[in-house]
Design a protein around this ligand. Sequence first.
Ligand SMILES: Nc1nc2c(c(=O)[nH]1)N[C@H]1C(S)=C(S)[C@@H](COP(=O)(O)OP(=O)(O)OC[C@H]3O[C@@H](n4cnc5c(N)ncnc54)[C@H](O)[C@@H]3O)O[C@H]1N2
Ligand code: MOO
Length: 403
Amino acid sequence: MTDFPTGLLFDDAMALLRDVASRHRLDVETLALSRCHGRVLAQDIDAPMALPPFDNSAMDGFAFRHADLRGSETRLRLAGEQFAGLAGAAIPAAGECVRVTTGAAMPAGTDTVVIKENCRVEATDVLVPDTAAGANVRSAGEDVRPGERVLHAGDVLTPARVSLAASLGIASLAVSRRPTVAVFTTGDELIEPGMPLAPGQIYDSNRDLLMGLLRADGLEPTAWPRLPDNPKQVEIALRDAGCAFDVIVTAGGVSAGEKDHLPGVLAQFGRAHFWKVRMKPGMPLLFGTLDQAQLLGLPGNPVSVLATYLTFGRALIDGLQGRREPRARCHAQLTAPLDKAHPRREFIRGRLSCGSNGVMHVEANPATGSHRLRAAADANALIVVPEGPQHYAAGSIVEVIPF
Ligand SMILES: Nc1nc2c(c(=O)[nH]1)N[C@H]1C(S)=C(S)[C@@H](COP(=O)(O)OP(=O)(O)OC[C@H]3O[C@@H](n4cnc5c(N)ncnc54)[C@H](O)[C@@H]3O)O[C@H]1N2
Ligand code: MOO
């Protein structure tokens, strides 16, 4: 069963997973802009036009030729109005000005705008104060030049990026399909919340943890019925899902117990890429391919689910969609000393906060057991402690993964 790597360093396992994901990139679909939010862009976008498209006023006021100004106040004749949405409504001669609103195209020949609050209007004249040449004018192309590359394949479509595409008149974008995800929890001991517990049983908390994490990442996961510790039933359900989903995420049944059937089922009916990573929690993590699906077998302890999803789960989902932009890496100062003696990379629950001095602080939760879900509920970040023994003094800077 073990003709695949096992006991990998975190970075080596991550590289393997990213490589598999890059070889199973999801297909591309073209969607109306309103459906592109949060998707990964699958094309480069070169601007088909300039932004702003034309010189226009940044303020409500009066547009004029700067060369017409004389000293601290100049009397200009009001030649007409030019409001946003129109062009060529008024063509002023020398010594004239035009009333403009914000966004109005600059009337022909004008180059400067003064805000209306600083002017005095006397009948058909406007008394204009001394104003810097070019004031309050937004020039064509100052934000985007035509042909300039503004978005790249692999970018995540944030609201601002979708909005930028809209401002360029682009109505649809080629994006990666979102992976379909099947979620399985496994274990004879698991009971649905709300049902009575018999001795030895516990409530299934991993299902909601995983569904919530996946939904927070913009996916629409499908929760399959909970699996008993029965190898045949595990096999049938997983092989079924392997034909129908892009990703299978399971929780439990991947370590060394007599009832841990997942590694065997994957090795027999699919292909295991690795099993067991030198991380804490999450050590028995399993990754492989089963039919058309990539299967991530997360260890059953709830905090192991959290740590392995936030690292490997996200990397898999990002990789399948061709996301190139790395997730933001955060760092914070430890509020207290932190020691680690074991050789694995550790993910410690912590409380992240931003001080009034602008410095991020993180307080490690002393509860390290991977069953201690309460400590995860009290936390909002995982502190990443690298491989090998580590001693951090209070104030040391550590990497954190907010969640
Ligand atoms: N002899 C060994 N024993 C264990 C090893 C090992 O290497 N050798 N690894 C330990 C580590 S580390 C972890 S983590 C766990 C992972 O075990 P499994 O992935 O096989 O998970 P289970 O045994 O099924 O469950 C572990 C633990 O989590 C509870 N659990 C499982 N599913 C849920 C759920 N949906 N909701 C709430 N709680 C769940 C389960 O009852 C167990 O207590 O193995 C160690 N053992
Ligand atoms: O690796 Mo286990 O996930 O420490 O508890």
